[in-house]
Design a binder for this molecule. Structure first.
Ligand code: HEM
Ligand code: HEM
Length: 170
């Protein structure tokens, strides 16, 4: 397969599959962050010999399977990222902003692997993995807030069409 490149030698945009995976994974991660405590509650109840509601129990098993699905999808996504690359930053992006973008994107990929893995370890072996896994919650939320703010800054303030790059395949 040939890759379309611009004058910088970088690819022109993200592919359909990269974009699809970005939004699918984002949606699943939001669900995990919102309903994750059902897993904490279920584990505590099991330890104390009490029980949780059917809804909470179902949410906890969903947390398990959706978390593993995220891990698999992220593996595919990282392969596509290495194979297809990413477009260069919009024109006139300063070096510092470009660096911040690169660091935060790779931090996302690291979190998307480390969080499900610590979740699995926490599920089968308990603490400290469970504690590390829970600590990822505020880290994830902070990074998402920064990421959304950066997207809106580009789109609305700089008006460089950055958001469109994650909506329209190359
Ligand atoms: C990207 C994927 C995941 C995200 C964003 C996520 C997020 C969360 C959140 C927000 C909590 C609640 C923490 C709290 O109560 O403060 C939690 C708890 C938990 N999750 Fe996940 N999770 C993910 C994947 C997984 C996977 C794959 C498993 C393994 C089967 C898992 C197992 C657990 C366990 C065992 C707990 C209870 C931790 C404890 O109380 O010690 N998670 N998760
Ligand atoms: C859990 C939620 C999210 C995660 C884990 C996530 C993760 C990522 C990652 C890893 C990249 C880098 C892609 C690459 O170059 O390899 C990226 C790019 C991008 N994300 Fe997100 N994202 C999330 C939510 C969002 C949301 C809600 C928005 C919109 C407001 C958004 C807008 C964008 C845009 C516009 C890019 C492209 C940046 C560019 O072209 O340089 N993301 N995201």
């Amino acid at each position: 397969m040939t890759m379309t490149t611009d004058q910088n030698g970088g690819v022109q945009g993200y592919t359909f599959y990269q974009i699809g995976l970005h939004w699918l994974i984002a949606l699943l991660v939001f669900g995990q962050l919102i309903f994750g405590e059902s897993m904490t509650e279920s584990i505590e109840a099991a330890e104390e010999g009490t029980s949780v509601s059917t809804l909470e129990g179902n949410l906890a098993s969903m947390h398990y399977y959706v978390g593993i699905a995220i891990l698999v999808l992220v593996a595919v996504r990282i392969v596509l990222r290495i194979k297809n690359g990413a477009p260069p930053p919009p024109a006139e992006t300063s070096g510092a902003i470009e660096l911040a973008g690169r660091i935060s994107h790779w931090l996302f990929y690291a979190l998307l692997v480390v969080v499900p893995v610590t979740g699995l370890l926490g599920y089968y072996y308990g603490d400290p993995y469970g504690e590390w896994h829970s600590f990822a919650k505020p880290v994830f939320i902070g990074l998402i807030a920064l990421h959304v703010a950066a997207s809106l800054y580009h789109q609305l303030w700089r008006k460089d069409g950055l958001l469109m790059r994650m909506l329209k395949p190359r």
